[in-house]
Design a binder for this molecule. Sequence first.
Ligand SMILES: [Zn+2]
Length: 400
Amino acid sequence: MLLISYTMFPCTTKTPSSLFPFLLYSPQFFCSFFNKTPQISRMAYSSTDQSLQRIQESRRITTGDEASTSISLEEWQGWGTISPVPSMVNKVIQDLNLLEKDINAHMTFGGNHGKLTGDFKVQEDKKHRAKYASLGNSEEKIQFFSARQIACRLLGSRGYLCQKCWLPLGDCMCSRVTMCSLWHRVRIWLYMHPKDFLRQNNTGKLLWQVFGVHAAMLCLFGIAEHEEMMWTEFNRAGKDKVWCLYPNKNAATESVKDGIGPYLAGNQDSPSISANEDDTMHFILIDGTWSNSAAMFRRLQERAELSWKHDLRCISLNTGVSLMHRLRPQPSWDRTCTAAAAIGLLYELQLLPDLSSIELNKQAEAIENALEVLLEALTTRRLRMGRSISRKGRHHDDIC
Ligand SMILES: [Zn+2]
C-alpha cells in the first residue's frame, strides 16, 4: 500500500479529536484506514501505452560523455540544498569514470533510483566492496556508503527526474505547488537517509518545495558538508532550541506543549524575540525508513553528547497524521510520512498560546496541499503505467 516513503513518526492518539474541530474522524480512524489496502481494480490500458512507458522508464542509459562530468555546484544545489558539492560524492564519481575507462564499459542505470546495472555493475560491485572493506573505521564506512549512494542517484537521475519535485520530467508537479513562507523563527531540518534521496515518493522534499531551501534544510546522513552545516547552526542556537521529532524510547520525550511551551513563555520578556535570528527554533525530522532511523537517530544523539554533553531534546506529536483530514482516502497512503509529521508539528505549535497569532496552521495547510498534489501525481503515474497502487513491489534496495 505504500507509495509514500515512510518514517518513524508514530500515530499516537493521546489528543482527543475534539481539540481539533476541523477533524471529521478520530485519529484512530485515519490510522486504521491508511493501514488497510482496499481492493482497487486496475484500470485497463492498451499494451502500446504500457510498452511506450516501459521504454521510457528503462531509458536509463547514461552516455559516457554525460557521466564523465562531475557534479557542478549548480546541478547539486538544484536538487534542493544550499551546501557545496560534497567532496566525497565527486570523488566517487571520478572513480566511476576511471572504472569506465579501465573496463571500457559505460555506466548504465536501472529503475528509478539510480542503481547501476549490467556489466558495469558487476565490476563496480567488486570494486566498491573491496574499497568498503579497506576502510579503517565505521565513520569512514558511513561516509563512503552515503557518498556512493548519492553519486549513483545523481548520475542515474540526471535528465530524468525534475530537480525540484524529484518526479520523472513527464510527471512534474511543480506548477501545481504553491509556495508559502514559514514563520521565520521555525527552521526544519530534513535529516535524510541517502536511500531516500531523489526518491519519487519521498515527502520530505515537499517541505523545501513549499517553504524554500533556507527554511526547510536538507541534511543527508553521512555527508560531511551537510552534517557540519547543520551542527554549526545547532551549536549557534544552543541545545535548548533544537528538538528532534523522534519517539526516543530511551529518553524522556516531551510533547510540543511541554517541551516548547515553557521555552516560549520564558522568552516572553525578551524585547528582541521577534527580530533576533538567534531565537530560531530548530526541528529535526528524521527522513528514513524504520530500519534506518535508529542508526540516524543514534548518530544525532552521539553528536549532541559530543557538542553539548547533553541528550538531544526529543518531542513527539500527539496527533499523528490524523490532521490529514482534507486528503481523500488513499490506499497508498502511509500514516507516517515525513510531510505529515511536519504538518502535525505546525498544527501543534499553533495551539500554543504564544504562537496562536502566527498562522502556522496556514503554513501546515500549504504542505497538506502539496502532499495532495504529490499523491495525485504518484497515483496517476502508477495507474498510467498499468501498475497496481497496492504495496507490492516496495523498494528493496541493496547497497545502491
Ligand atoms: Zn517538478
